[in-house]
Structures are given as structure tokens and as C-alpha cells.
Ligand binder design. Structure first.
Ligand SMILES: C[S@@+](CC[C@H](N)C(=O)[O-])C[C@H]1O[C@@H](n2cnc3c(N)ncnc32)[C@H](O)[C@@H]1O
Length: 383
């Protein structure tokens, strides 16, 4: 398979690299004391995220909340929860809103997604006004699909992301996915059926409030590795136990059809159905998490047997830092606990056990639940 360099793959799809600022301001924002949420701002009752995100897993945020809460009994409440593959950020928002972590940091390599969160957090009222003025029509869908930003800090990138996410089939932002209701708009579900402006305004206002109250520290547009390394560099006082990274990478299977940035070597939305084994990104991530991660991590993946049997992925039961990273970066040899999580555990028994997600973590092993929902790997009938 030909390997495209990631920038070339992006440009080929009409997305220029470096399209969003790296951080909300020039430099990463410092960790500050959290403030109270203002009484005038309502916490949206069900969905906190304004984005409908492909790959966002219902059920997983709750599971991760339970895991973090349980681990807090040993290591204290995390000061910072980092989501380097943020997407719709549902887990970070859920944990921040419940107070299970003090603060969250969102990051994504996709400039559309990262810019959306940057503007939603720091220029909330502008985005809400802009959304109210935007007609939700097929003509505007065509407009936004073709539209390209004039500069990398163009705020309209956030409008493009929100518009396309709420009006495109399955919330897919790039690629060939069409508008909800089709080109003829003959379906009962028309293009605006998921664009309730009042409900979206409420969710956006809550994002702005999380940022104002310092519970969203910052939003970064970076590759996952830069995010993890920059967190260690900018917030060293929180290492190792007060930071938890939640790693939710594109799935081993099929992710190149869902995201502008996938781990497919030909780039997101590649037409190839290339085998994931050629895809070095999964191995690079595994190698980094096994040898170099300076803070504890939680990793979720599709339930693919290779992940826990291949020594270059996660067959090991412990992190194995090199002598150098132990000496220079104080990387620990934390144990890696592995569980299969039933995503339909709390739904009706008809669905239970049908969708399992793999969950790996270096949180203290005795605090990682082992029960009917957090199952041991031996329960894997799918492998
Ligand atoms: C599985 S989704 C994350 C879903 C998210 N946890 C949620 O609940 O909505 C994966 C995300 O990773 C991003 N991504 C892909 N490659 C990346 C990379 N190299 N670095 C950082 N983010 C990347 C994609 O843009 C996508 O938003």
C-alpha cells in the first residue's frame, strides 16, 4: 500500500493543514481554580454535546465515569482529564458536569472539530447568534460543503462544523455522506430535523460556561502525540497521578469512512479498504502508551482480538518504559488492566452483550471494577 504523508492526504481532500489555531489563545492556557457555574446557565438535561458524533458510544461515558470515580478513592480526584481524540467530547463533558474531574482539556487533529470547540468555548454568544441567523436549507448545505476558511482563525469554521454535523447523515463531516432527507428532501426527516436551535443554544451556552469557570482548560488542534507530550510539558505539576488521558482513537475497522482524520495510511475517507495491519498509527499509539506515557490512561477500542494478543499492541500486562524514559521522564511501569464493557448493559436484556467495547487502563488495578458490565477478557465470545 502507498503511504501518503498526512498533510498530502489532507490537502488532497481540500482541507489545508494548520487550518485551526493550535490553542484558543497563543499559548496553552494555565490551570486555574475552578469557579461556580452561574445560576442563569442551565445544564442541558440529556445531551451535553452540541455535536452528533460518529463513533460516540452511548453508555461508555457512564462506564468511564464509574472507573474514574472508583480510581479517585486511591489517587484522589483528577485535576485534569485529557481527551486527545475529542470528537463530540461526550465523555469529558459528562465527567466535568458531574464534578468527577476538576477540569478537562479537549484536543482533536481535525481542524473543523477543534475550531468548533475553540469557538464554542471562548466565543459562545457569537456562535449562538450566528447559528440563529443561519437558514437550515439544502442551498446552505451545498454552500458549507464547498466553503473554505479565509484564515486559520476564521470563526466561521465553527459554523461549518456545527451546520454540517447537524444536517448530514450520521453527523459525518467530510467525505461522501449526503444531507439528511436526501437531495430531494422527500423523507419524513428533512434537513433541519436535528437542528433545534433553542436546544443547541442551551448546550453551547453550557460549553461557554465550562470554559469561563476554568473547567474546560483549553481546546487544542493537535495530533494525539503532541497533545500528550505538551500536557506533560505544560502541566508538569500535575504528573503523574492528577492527570488522566482518555484515549478514544478511530476504530481498527472502518474508521476511514467516518472521520476526516483517521488512522488509515491513505488518510480519512480513503477509497481504499486497506487492511489495518498496514496502518502504523495503531502501533505507534500502542508503543507510546506502553513505553512513554507520563500519566495514567484509559483506552477504548473496538473489540478486535489482535489488540490484546499482538505483542506490538496490548498483549502485555504492564507498561515497559525504557531505562531512559524512566530516568528522564519518570515513566512508571503501571499495570495494564483489561476489560470488555457491555455497551448495552443498562438497556433491555434483548441487547445485552451485543456490543462490547475493549477498555484498557493503567488506573490502579484494584480500583478497576470486575463485574457483569466490566467483564474479564475470557468472556470474549467474538474472538
Ligand atoms: C472515535 S472518534 C472520538 C469520539 C469521541 N470520543 C466522542 O465520544 O465523540 C476519533 C476522533 O479522533 C480524531 N483523530 C483521528 N486521528 C487523530 C490523530 N492522529 N490525532 C488526534 N485526533 C485524531 C478524529 O478526528 C475523531 O474526532
Amino acid at each position: 500500500m502507498t503511504m501518503l504523508n498526512p498533510d498530502a492526504a489532507l490537502t488532497q481532500r481540500g482541507i489545508s493543514p494548520g487550518q485551526s489555531p493550535l490553542h484558543i489563545r497563543d499559548m496553552p492556557r494555565a490551570v486555574r481554580d475552578v469557579l461556580d457555574i452561574r445560576d442563569s446557565v442551565t445544564i442541558p438535561s440529556r445531551h451535553l454535546s452540541p455535536l452528533r458524533y460518529p463513533g460516540a458510544k452511548s453508555g461508555l461515558s457512564k462506564v468511564i465515569g464509574e472507573l474514574v470515580e472508583s480510581a479517585s478513592q486511591s489517587i484522589g480526584r483528577p485535576s485534569l482529564f485529557v481527551e486527545p481524540f475529542a470528537g463530540g467530547a461526550s465523555t469529558s463533558l459528562s465527567l466535568a458536569s458531574q464534578g468527577l474531574v476538576d477540569r478537562v482539556l479537549l484536543a482533536d487533529a481535525d481542524p473543523l472539530v477543534a475550531r468548533f470547540w475553540q469557538v464554542a468555548a471562548s466565543e459562545t454568544e457569537w456562535l449562538i447568534d450566528r447559528m440563529h441567523d443561519e437558514p437550515v436549507t439544502l442551498e446552505r448545505w451545498d454552500f458549507w460543503r464547498a466553503w473554505q476558511p479565509r484564515s486559520k482563525d476564521d470563526r466561521d469554521v465553527a459554523v461549518k462544523c456545527l451546520f454540517l454535523n447537524r444536517t448530514t447523515f450520521s453527523g459525518i463531516l467530510h467525505g461522501r455522506a449526503g444531507p439528511i432527507g436526501g437531495r430531494k428532501q422527500e423523507s419524513a426527516y428533512k434537513i433541519d430535523c436535528r437542528f433545534n436551535k433553542e436546544a443547541l443554544a442551551e448546550r453551547l451556552r453550557y460549553i461557554g460556561e465550562l470554559y469561563r469557570s476554568n473547567r474546560i482548560v483549553d481546546v487544542w488542534c493537535k495530533d494525539w502525540k503532541d497533545t500528550l507530550e505538551d500536557v506533560a510539558e505544560w502541566y508538569p505539576q500535575l504528573l503523574p497521578d492528577r492527570v488522566i488521558s482518555y484515549i478514544d482513537p478511530p476504530y481498527i475497522n472502518k474508521s476511514s469512512k467516518l472521520y476526516g482524520h483517521s488512522f488509515d495510511p491513505a488518510g480519512g475517507y480513503s477509497s481504499s479498504d486497506g487492511s489495518w495491519e498496514n496502518d502504523t498509527a495503531h502501533y505507534q499509539l500502542a508503543s507510546y502508551l506502553r513505553h512513554n506515557a507520563q500519566n495514567r490512561w484509559i483506552l477504548s477500542y473496538d473489540n478486535h482480538p489482535a489488540l490484546t494478543t499482538n505483542p506490538e499492541l496490548y498483549s502485555t500486562s504492564r507498561m515497559t518504559p525504557t531505562k531512559e524514559s524512566t530516568r528522564l521522564l519518570r515513566v512508571r511501569a503501571w499495570r495494564i488492566s483489561k476489560r470488555l464493557v457491555d455497551l448495552h448493559y443498562s438497556v433491555s436484556s434483548r441487547f445485552r452483550g451485543r456490543r462490547k467495547e475493549l477498555l484498557l487502563t493503567t488506573l490502579p488495578p484494584t480500583r478497576v471494577p470486575l463485574n457483569e458490565q466490566f467483564m474479564p477478557l475470557e468472556f470474549n465470545e467474538d474472538s
